[in-house]
Ligand binder design. Structure first.
Ligand code: AMP
Ligand code: GLY
Length: 434
């Protein structure tokens, strides 16, 4: 198969790494890709939102499957666009249509979907600017902390956890009346605060059947001990000890099954990955959010644990034959440590040459924001730059392998969190496997 993969992050390098290992892939193109994908596939200088350009490329290169990494082209309707063209209407695509992508593109839409389909989630109300008075009155009656969410995509910044009523009221006004998050906050979801430990669960679906991929824990804050600003994700661990068999069974029965059944019932054509962010509150799962793609950096820890043929999984999703696919998962640990540009998630300098080791024993190096400059050097180009995944029979070994490689990678002002996995390591010590 000739495959076109869209995106340029660590997630896409991990996808590319798995795809090229499959005997079913004859040629892989990545648009636009990064310096890491360039080493194993062919990068194409096409933007993920250049729908006409993507369509032309598919025809010119005889592309037989498209795999969409990030949410933006999905929310903007790439799949519907390709399906509306006679030449690509039946092309297998991994990624939902625009309506399906609204599960991520609108928090209000996804909350209403969960309510209609009895998926457990925090209590909420949605307000627009002309309902500001009702919104402020609603806040008065809620418990603290209270969560305010911009309805639309806000690059991961649209969620505020307010500790006081004053803060909540001021933030609601800023979001609705002063467009704090632009158009994304023209509607605001006001939501009950959920206590507990967060978990990322990944589901592959062809719209009818589904496969649950390995779960992962993400480390969202920039600073050690989960302090400082939110980022796209500073690390990931898979598997996660508190996600035991009993808890995962509840996730499947109370969340995954009604979600997939809801998609089918509501005629939402969903062929792709669904990322369910959830809270484990005393053993009960509750959905925080849906994302219509894989997580980053969770993908870099989750995909290496898939032992069955990855292109077979993608084909099953895109062609509606997922029920015939046998998913095989490794019981071993995979832990990902993300290295970022100094200053991220605020402003940072780009263009520093990156020194990379020639070998990475017990680990694999995924590129994210890297590019090859005119002198042929690999330099940092984004906030998150490199994601190293270490492997091991035990969590400690996987972490040691990841950090050993991280320590061999350097560029000016590089930063990473040294405490990735430490919280889970403590939980493991308290609850030994045997
Ligand atoms: P989101 O953009 O929906 O992923 O939210 C960003 C982060 O805010 C989540 O990963 C949680 O850590 C936190 N969060 C969102 N909603 C809630 C909630 N209802 N209760 C507690 N924390 C939340
Ligand atoms: N790591 C969280 C995300 O991909 O949204």
């Amino acid at each position: 198969m000739n495959i076109l993969l869209l995106g340029s992050g660590g997630r896409e390098h991990a996808f590319a790494w798995k795809i090229v290992q499959s005997s079913q892939c004859s040629k892989l193109y990545v648009a636009p890709g990064n310096a890491g994908t360039a080493e194993i596939a062919q990068n194409i200088p096409l933007s993920v939102t250049d729908f006409e350009g993507i369509h032309k490329f598919i025809l010119d290169q005889n592309i037989e499957m498209v795999v969409v990494g990030p949410e933006e082209p999905l929310v903007k309707g790439l799949v519907d666009f390709l399906q509306s063209k006679p030449t690509t209407k039946d092309l297998p695509i991994v990624g939902p249509t625009q309506l399906g992508a609204t599960l991520e593109g609108s928090k209000d839409f996804s909350k209403r979907f969960m309510q209609r389909n009895n998926v457990p989630t925090a209590a909420y109300e949605t307000f627009t600017a002309d309902q500001i008075d009702a919104g402020l009155a609603y806040l008065e009656k809620q418990k603290l902390p209270i969560v305010l969410k911009a309805d639309g995509l806000a690059a991961g910044k649209g969620v505020l956890i307010c500790l006081s009523l004053e803060e909540a009221k001021a933030s609601l006004k800023e979001m609705l009346l002063e467009a704090k998050f632009g158009d994304a906050s023209s509607k605001v979801v006001v939501e009950e605060f959920l206590n507990g430990i967060e978990l990322s669960v990944f589901v592959a679906t062809d719209g009818k059947s589904y496969k649950i991929l390995p779960e992962a824990k993400d480390y969202k804050r920039i600073g050690e001990g989960d302090t400082g600003l939110n980022t796209g994700g500073m690390g990931a661990v898979s598997p996660v000890i508190f996600a035991n068999e009993e808890f995962l069974k509840k996730v499947e029965d109370k969340i995954v099954k009604p979600t997939i059944a809801g998609l089918e019932k509501e005629n939402i054509n969903y062929k792709g990955f669904l990322f369910i962010g959830l809270m484990n509150d005393g053993g009960e799962p509750s959905v925080i959010e849906y994302n219509v793609r894989m997580g980053d950096p969770e993908t870099e820890a989750v995909l290496p644990r898939i032992e069955s043929d990855f292109v077979g999984l993608l084909k099953g999703i895109a062609s509606g034959t997922l029920s015939e696919y046998e998913l095989k998962i490794s019981p071993d640990y995979a832990t990902t440590v993300v290295m970022v540009s100094g200053g991220y998630p605020e402003s940072y300098q780009k263009g520093f040459p990156i020194s990379l080791p020639s070998s990475a024993e017990g680990s694999v190096i995924f590129h994210a924001g890297t590019v090859v400059n005119s002198a042929g050097e690999i330099v940092n180009q984004g906030g998150r730059v490199i994601a190293v995944t270490g492997f091991g029979k035990e969590l400690e070994e996987a972490l040691t392998n990841a950090f050993k490689t991280v320590e061999k990678i350097s560029w000016e002002k590089a930063y990473y969190r040294k405490d990735i996995g430490q919280d889970i390591l403590k939980l493991n010590e308290l609850n030994p496997k045997n």
